[in-house]
Design a protein around this ligand. Structure first.
Ligand code: BES
Ligand code: MN
Ligand code: ZN
Length: 498
């Protein structure tokens, strides 16, 4: 999609569809007011006749309004003027996006950002792009006959109140476009089935991304490289698979080489059948999404490159399948991780922590300023938090505050969970340094506690995205979360947020 910013009188702009806001009780913000005047009050009359009350997220498409240059007008409910915060605004933007995407509109002029609200123009523009891109997203690359919309939305212009607002909108647009590109990449990879999106495919995609950006370089560690490094935990998971595992490392260099990098680690389990501790058949197809953490960190790196952020960033994606096989991990097997710590694999389905622990140890070599790992780690996290928030685990108060704030700012929220040492005993093993599972209680915390044992050399946070990375039901598919949270955090760290 093409985005532009313009100032001027909304009534006089030629466009396929002019988008204006309407508050509760049909109170009109300034831009809509100007349009109503130009139409000689026809806008308000039509809204009244249609019973359009301006409730947040309601929309109404109007045709042939007199006195304005736009062919059509989309009224978007914004709710009570006094209650219009970023969350309500995102809901309204989402509804506007869906109405435009399904309404045979090719180009739109959006005046929703032309009024002063409590939400800064820059954040509004960012959220608008995210909502529009979400609305137009389709995944039909594997349908033999794709049915694209007859009139796709391709050009969106934001109307600004003045030059200062226009500049803020432009910055927000650039950020929104980068976040949306990263999110789209994560969704596409997530939606691909396990027979297409293998570790080898993920590695090839990482290389493809890197070709687009001069500051990006990719390195892929093969099985033999991992064996040389002693990554016995990661390699043990791959034993049950015919697909070779990969450790994908993406380096983004936006700051001098001596600046310590931020590191993102993403679980890249391209299909999780559970291994010998086989999962039940129902909904097992969803385990193609078990690489969504890896896809999200790849998307975040791509966004970082697109924004040319002045920081160093490394993304590490340990990637494997987890399948049952004569050569696979068996319950009770003991493996030695790269850190030297031994692990009793009491349940082969707790494989995410096995591939992540070696990735954590591996990234010590980068002397990271901070490490954030992102993983569809536990079903227990879905039980605890549902599908609204990712689980955030860290003992670092600074990281916690930063990541929670980034989530709030983008609507891609995390929620802090405890990571107290009190839980660590649950991982005790009679035969190895630790077990890979810890009983029935506190499953999400135990997963995080396991990882914590490998993350002592740097400030570290863990995001469990099992409940947020994809949707089930009618609109099933990958969400691209937490790319918005991660990119917003990177923007903050780069000192680029105002
Ligand atoms: N990839 C799954 C986690 C998962 C399960 C995410 C269901 C979303 C929905 C992970 O590898 C896993 O299987 N975890 C086990 C851990 C258990 C054996 C301690 C789980 O959650 O059941
Ligand atoms: Mn599993
Ligand atoms: Zn898994």
């Amino acid at each position: 999609m093409d985005y532009h910013v313009r100032t001027g009188d909304p009534a006089r702009q030629a466009t396929g569809c002019l988008v204006v806001g309407v508050h509760s009780d049909r109170k009109l913000p300034a831009a809509a007011q100007a349009v109503d005047q130009a139409t000689g009050g026809a806008l308000k009359r039509q809204l009244t006749r249609a019973g359009f009350d301006g409730a947040t997220g309601k929309t109404l498409m109007l045709h042939e309004l007199p006195g304005i240059a736009a062919q059509r007008l989309l009224a978007v409910g914004l709710g009570d003027a006094g209650k219009l915060d970023a969350k309500a605004q995102r809901k309204a933007y989402g509804a506007a996006g869906r109405a435009l995407a399904t309404g045979s509109v090719a180009d739109a002029l959006v005046a929703l950002t032309a009024d002063r609200t409590s939400v800064p123009a820059r954040a509004s523009a960012r959220d608008l792009v995210a909502s529009l891109e979400e609305a137009v997203y389709r995944f039909d690359q594997l349908k033999s006959k794709a049915t694209p919309p007859k009139v796709p939305l391709t050009r969106v212009t934001l109307l600004a109140a003045d030059r200062t607002a226009a500049n803020a909108l432009r910055r927000g647009l650039a950020e929104g476009a980068a976040i949306a590109a990263g999110t789209r990449l994560a969704k596409d990879l997530g939606n691909l089935p396990g027979n297409v999106c293998t570790p080898t495919h993920l590695a090839a995609e990482a290389r493809k991304i890197a070709r687009g950006w001069r500051k990006l370089r990719v390195e892929v560690l093969e099985q033999k490289d991992m064996a040389r490094l002693g990554m016995g935990a990661l390699l043990s998971v791959a034993r049950g698979s015919r697909q070779p595992p990969k450790l994908i490392v993406m380096h983004y260099r936006g700051a001098p080489p001596r600046t310590s990098p931020l590191v993102l680690i993403g679980k890249g389990l391209t299909f999780d059948a559970g291994g010998i501790s086989l999962k039940p058949a129902a909904d097992m197809d969803q385990m193609k999404y078990d690489m969504c953490g890896g896809a999200a960190v790849m998307g975040a790196v791509a966004a970082c490159a697109q924004l040319d952020l002045p920081l160093n960033l490394v993304a590490v994606v340990p990637s494997s399948e987890n399948l049952p096989d004569g050569n696979a991990n068996k319950p009770g097997d003991i493996v030695t991780s790269m850190s030297g710590q031994t692990i009793e694999v009491l349940n082969t389905d707790a494989e995410g922590r096995l591939i992540l622990c070696d990735a954590l140890t591996y990234c010590e070599r980068f002397k990271p300023a901070a490490v954030v790992d992102v993983a569809t780690l536990t079903g227990a996290c879905v039980v605890a938090l549902g599908h609204h928030a990712s689980g955030l685990f860290t003992t670092d108060e600074t990281l916690a505050a930063e990541l929670l704030a980034a989530g709030e700012q983008t609507g891609d929220r995390g929620w802090r969970m405890p990571l107290w040492d009190d839980y660590q005993d649950q991982l005790d093993s009679n035969f190895a340094d630790m077990a890979n599972i810890g009983g029935k209680s506190a499953g999400a915390i135990i997963g995080a506690c396991f990882l914590a044992r490998y993350a002592k050399a740097f400030p570290w946070a863990h995001l469990d995205i099992a409940g947020t990375a994809w949707r089930t039901g009618n609109d099933k598919g990958a969400t691209g979360r937490p790319v918005p949270l991660l990119v917003q955090w990177l923007l903050q760290r780069a000192g680029a947020t105002g």
